[in-house]
Design a binder for this molecule. Sequence first.
Ligand code: NAD
Length: 469
Amino acid sequence: MKPFMLSVNGMLFDSANYLDVINPATEEVVAPCPVITRGQFEEVVQGAQCAYESWRNVPLDERRKTLIAIAEVIEQHSEELARILTAEQGKPYDAALNMEVAGSAIWCRTMSEMDIPVEVLSDSGTKRVELRHEPIGVVGGIVAWNAPLIISLWKLVPALLAGNSIIIKPSPYTPLTTLRFGELIQQVLPPGLVSIVTGTDELGQWMTEHPGIHKISFTGSVPTGKKVMQSASDTLKRITLELGGNDAGILLPDVDPKQVAEKVFWSAFANSGQICSALKRLYVHEDIYEETCQALVDVANTVKMGNGMDEGVALGPVQNKMQFEKVASLITEAREQGGRFLCGGEIPDGRGYFIPVTLIAGMTDGDRVVDEEPFGPVLPIIKYADVDDAIARANNTIYGLGASVWSTDMDAAIDVANRLEAGMVWVNEHSTVSPVEPFGGIKQSGMGVENSELGLLEFTHMKMVSINR
Ligand code: NAD
């Protein structure tokens, strides 16, 4: 692969320092990634500030056109971006190309049509009161490693549409797709409007502390989210926090396990479980418990895991060694606690951070694999007898990202949905996302939302204008 460069004020720069990006399927180095210096970072912030001063005055329709131009660049280079994404993240090439890269272009196109309204709050003839939404300034986007490109776009698209400039920091585990994307889009952007900066976690702190950055949109873990909030408080930055989740799904007794198994399976195991809003705890009524376990095993048996570039592979490895070890330790502890392994659970020898699809029966609340977010291909299946009890257990967590209920009885399902404490509740599906639906958590899963017009407005300040005629 050709060297990856930092985009600083529209120009490409190298760095004296590098970190190696590892392919999780082979444990080989994909490519070195530049580590930005403090001096270069200061230039980036200054450039972003200058770009913002002009961009905020560019008419909304022109900003929309720029987003379409970005979508076109993504589409023209989709195969290259998807290959880099599979190499560094591990996800199957088909998912990289047709979901993450294609989705990134769709986000640009769909959100580019959204409006930033001027609301008239009152108009009496002599006095008119308006609520306007104005850009914030320089946005810092800090991104996790599970879906580096599309999470970057979830920040970039609304930031630019609202009239801000943006500096994006991908995770040191998966920086390359975003670096290449940053390089490619410079041709359709004014200098400094979008910068991609890479380095270690310390760079994240430089961003959250910096007085020249006015908003942080952060996606990552709960502990890091707390650090971001603390660090951003010095300059009272605006923040959106998209953090971890430990989503529960509840199968009501009327569900036909064979009918829902495929959908439930992919709700939990897409991207090898490395999705913040994946289904991570499955509560199943005792009447359908054994049948559900079997139906999920039957789906698991049809799914091939391997190197994402190989034909027919539907699931890749865990993205990095740290996460691999965390998931492995949850499995070991579940075994020691007497969990019944329906499939998986044995970690193969050989190269790559592969953890087979692991379905564990016989676990309950209080067990670490139930209480903690695995963020890997492991699903505990928990038996319940009473739906009120299942709802209470689903809600008994610090997290509040997503939750789901599955049933053919819509009244019963909606009653459960009403009582689930989460930022997103799905009926008969889980973890679906769309540019027009708000995405975000409550409790310690974060604050604020991304996507939809509500997410767009998080990249603006409200300004009340009272006009006395
Ligand atoms: P992480 O918190 O370790 O890292 C996230 C980002 O923060 C990385 O870019 C990292 O370099 C940076 N960072 C680290 N320390 C920092 C600091 N002190 N200040 C500022 N930035 C810092 O998370 P991760 O391991 O990359 O991602 C996995 C977690 O992200 C999971 O908990 C997952 O659920 C969550 N996640 C949430 C969403 C969502 O939208 N809610 C989406 C994807 C992932």
